[in-house]
Design a binder for this molecule. Sequence first.
Ligand code: GAL
Length: 415
Amino acid sequence: MKFRAIMGALCAAGLMCGVATAQAAESVEVLHWWTSGGESKAVGVLKDDMQKQGYTWKDFAVAGGAGAAAMTALKTQVISGNAPSAAQIKGPLIQEWASQGVLVNIDSVAGDWKKNLPPEIDKIMHAEGHYVAAPFSVHRVNWLYINKAALDKAGGKVPTTWPEFFAVADKMKAAGIMPIAMGGQPWQDLTLWEDVVLSQGADFYKKALVDLDQKTLTSDKMVQVFDTVRKIQGYFDSGRTGRDWNLATAMVINGKAGMQFMGDWAKGEFANANKKSGSDYVCAAVPSTEKAYTFNVDSFVFFQQKGQKAATPGQLALAKTIMSPEFQEQFSLYKGSIPVRLGVSMDKFDDCAKKSYADEQTAIKSAGYVPSLAHGMAQPDAAAGAISDVVTKFMNSSQDSKSAVAALAKAAKTK
Ligand code: GAL
């Protein structure tokens, strides 16, 4: 009898199934919110890699940009004792989940991570001295996407200040183009608002949204932030209520609208529609934020399975694959992000990704590298939620800027 046949016979008799067979039996249930065209393509790379390694992928995708619905679904799953193998969790929420004692550590596959991650990101992947999360990529949030044909009709010059931005928006309007494609969900409101906060300077952003400094939160500059947001709103269409971010991106892709404020996951949609940066669309930093960079790093955490404190082979394989150079490259090419792992070649990336990479390096050196509040990197859930409520209320009512600022200062005290 040949070796394979012997092993097969033993295995069928319930004895000595080889490692490969044992792994083949493990399925990994993965909770995430990557459901748009570009997002699905990107997460599909991980699915394929895991299947090639013999694991069964059980997809638990919960639609809804920025993950609010996914986070609600996750809580229900964990409380009912059905925690997934892995879930898309990022920023301070990683430590919040770890403090519940429900995560496993993945130290055994993270031996070389420290030297291959920027220090501020390496820190976020830890809880109590152990790696508990695996990072995918770096998204920059402070981007403005512009349809190239619409820009040409509006004079062809990319706006770098707010007055220039409003001049372009006016010209688009005059040319019969809807100037701004805006979606209608709280996180999209907060994304735009934090862009405008950043346009007052990275230092202002940090004091306001990272330190929650009351003096900064109640300053005249913060009143100006709300005034600018109000002015930008004047260029929205009336159909934005409930609109998903990727539908707003589609409006810029097909020329129905001129511009969109969105993080570079929007670039995944342009790429998925075979649009090229430079000729079909332009990516630019949000006006007056050229030297700053709001970062948003997606990651997976891994939940204890059946009360076992140690990671399963499938969980370790997931973590290892996510940080492998080959995966890092292909995932970001589809996702619109840049690899988080240091030293991955940028040769295959487009101009926008190369700009993101260069701007990231500059921002890190000049203290302009700041965590995104709207994407869960800057504050624990409670404070971020309270601030988000203030912004959403302002953007969906006729509240004046001064009273919004007072509400903001109060919300920032939420623990
Ligand atoms: C962000 C997430 C991105 C992208 C986006 C829209 O919070 O980090 O990966 O998925 O939401 O869904």
